[in-house]
Design a protein around this ligand. Structure first.
Ligand code: TPP
Length: 567
């Protein structure tokens, strides 16, 4: 008969694991447990009794939502995150949001139990039939393409060092997830030494740029007639630097597939999210932290145009195929590169003053036309268009609200002035992210007003029952706005773009895209304790938004608006 660790005076490895996570900055432990978790449950119970510092456990009854919550929490607090799931099967359920999170460079410690190694004779040996079938030859192989490293705990005494190493690797730029496999025998084993607090190792800042390449790019900017910056995502402290540089040099900025606020909406050089003729006429394109600056199948810069790439990983080395032209590559944090570029460009601008003034005049005119078009597109109509809804959300939620957008919000129409006030689904586009990310953000930033804008499809992908349950259980009042067009609009558009004149076009591309009849999202959410409304008429929208906001901010209730849109 196997013996249990004797006495409580000897800590077990699971305690070292949890305490090291806390010592290294993880505030929460998002988890969905199984038979691999008893040592973790025991470690949390012991920590409660002894008041030891461990992350706060958050039970999330679906792994994909747990990973999304970790993603949202990171966007608020910048700390390493921790998720633990049940062996191979739980790991399988994390994959979708793990792809999103990995491509968004989020430092996650993703841990999973492992089927007990031993079939008998040890404390923690196999006790259930599943312990045979769940074992895989290479458990970490499932996620190895997405993580920066993986490690299986073999020696109980290594539990703390394993966490320290995982955090160090995850937080090194470019950041990303690390996978840990924790068999329950070593995790439940007693340690010889008492636990001592760990001192986190220092993290290095993102790299600074090479001065020579910065000087070259500064020359190109000073000489350019029609420069363009294309970006997708920037750290908050890069935004004021980009704002000044774009303004000083009159360089239009396009935020292609925007994932956060790269420039305030009202900025004179913010030219929206479509490159268009700014790209096809350009003589210099600066691709700044942007994986896909344009769609080569549809448009590209003209021959002879200089293209420079700036980013922590300007080559996106984990993308198997990516062939954008490049005349210069600057590997650097965006803030560091922009700061250096602003300093290098200034002394070179004197010669360019007249050219910049002429360009500014042209761009001012172009901006006037753009704003008029935006106003026209977002005007109230017979039904609530996504453009109108986006504009109203921008106006009604306030500039401090933090919006998590999974698809439907039109960023060009939703005014966002402050860095960190909008985040969107990452470049891999795995659906089922926004609701969980918004919940994780509320957990990490309880004083912020958090809004999730989701397509009806995206909302269904998010595991809404689980999401509302987690919100209620943990008192996370957020506002969810469902853009309900009763369809997968993106799938329909893709079908029509290829087969408008084919058989699939005959029913307007609705094949496999029709979500009619839509479930009564508001009624279901109400049954889970939400303040909820269905909104159909444009005239009702402003008041409905205000009531929902009040329910969340004043009433501290979770709320949902089911807004019916025509497309
Ligand atoms: C996990 C996953 N499955 C499928 C898709 C393919 N997909 C992309 S957009 C989309 C439809 C989204 O529908 P909805 O959220 O209602 O937004 P709409 O397109 O109608 O604006 C689908 C199914 C995906 N991105 N991720």
């Amino acid at each position: 008969m196997a013996v249990s660790p004797t006495g409580r005076e000897r800590p077990i490895a699971a305690e070292a694991f949890l305490r090291a996570l806390a010592d290294h900055g993880a505030e929460y432990f998002f988890c969905n447990p199984g038979t691999d978790f008893p040592p973790i449950v025991e470690a949390f119970a012991r920590a409660k009794k002894s008041n030891a510092k461990v992350p706060k456990p958050i039970l999330v009854p679906h792994e994909n939502l747990a990973v999304a919550m970790a993603h949202g929490a990171y966007l608020m607090n910048g700390r390493p995150q921790a998720v633990m799931v049940h062996t191979t099967v739980g790991t399988g359920n994390t994959l979708n949001n793990l792809i999103n999170l990995a491509r968004d460079r989020v430092p996650l410690i993703l841990a999973a139990g492992r089927t007990p190694v031993t079939e008998k004779g040890h404390f923690g040996s196999r006790t259930r039939p599943i312990h045979w079938a769940q074992e895989m030859f290479d458990q970490a192989g499932m996620v190895r393409e997405l993580v920066k490293g993986d490690y299986e705990l073999r020696q109980p005494s290594q539990a703390g060092d394993m966490v320290a190493r995982a955090v160090e690797v995850a937080m090194a730029h470019p950041r990303g997830p690390v996978y840990l496999v924790l068999p329950r025998e070593p995790l439940s084993a007693p340690l010889a030494e008492p636990l001592a607090p760990a001192k986190p190792r220092p993290q290095a800042a993102a790299a600074h740029p090479d001065p020579k390449t910065i000087a070259t790019l500064a020359e190109w900017i000073a000489a350019a007639e029609r420069p363009l910056i294309v970006t997708a995502t920037l750290p908050a402290d890069a935004v004021p630097v980009l704002s000044r540089l774009a303004e000083r040099c009159a360089i239009p900025v396009v935020i292609h597939s925007p994932r956060n606020v790269c420039l305030p909406s009202s900025h004179a050089m913010h030219f929206g999210s479509e490159p268009g003729t700014l790209l096809t006429d350009a003589d210099l394109v600066i691709v700044l932290e942007c994986d896909v600056p344009w769609i080569p199948h549809l448009q590209h810069p003209p021959a002879g145009c200089h293209v420079a790439h700036i980013g922590e990983d300007p080559f996106f080395v984990r993308y198997p195929m990516r062939s954008f032209p490049s005349d210069l590559a600057i590997q650097s944090g965006a803030t560091q590169a922009l700061t250096a570029l602003a300093a290098a460009v200034e002394p070179r601008l004197q010669m360019a003053d007249a050219r910049i003034a002429a360009r500014r005049a042209r761009l001012t005119e172009r901006m006037r036309t753009r704003r008029a078009q935006l106003a026209k597109d977002s005007a109230p109509a017979e039904r609530i268009s996504p453009e109108y809804l986006s504009r109203m959300i921008g106006e009604a939620m306030g500039e401090d609200a933090v919006i998590f957008n999974e698809y439907p919000l039109r960023p060009d129409h939703c005014a966002r002035e402050k860095p960190g006030s909008l985040f969107a689904l990452g470049p891999a586009g795995g659906l089922g992210w926004g609701f969980g990310a918004a919940l994780g953000a509320k957990l990490a930033a309880p004083d912020k007003f958090i809004v999730a804008t989701l397509g009806d499809g995206a909302y269904m992908f998010s595991n809404p029952t689980v999401g509302h349950w987690v919100a209620g259980k943990n008192e996370l009042p957020i506002l969810t706005i469902v853009f309900n067009n009763s369809r997968y609009g993106a799938v329909r558009r893709a079908t029509l773009s290829m087969f408008k004149d084919g058989a699939a076009g005959e029913n307007d591309g609705r094949g496999l895209a029709d979500l009619d009849p839509a479930p009564p999202y508001d009624e279901i959410a109400r049954a889970q304790g939400c303040y909820a409304e269905r909104v159909e008429k444009p005239a009702d929208l402003a008041d409905a938004l205000a009531r929902a906001r009040d329910a969340v901010v004043g009433g501290r209730r979770q709320a949902l608006l089911n807004v019916i849109t025509p497309y």
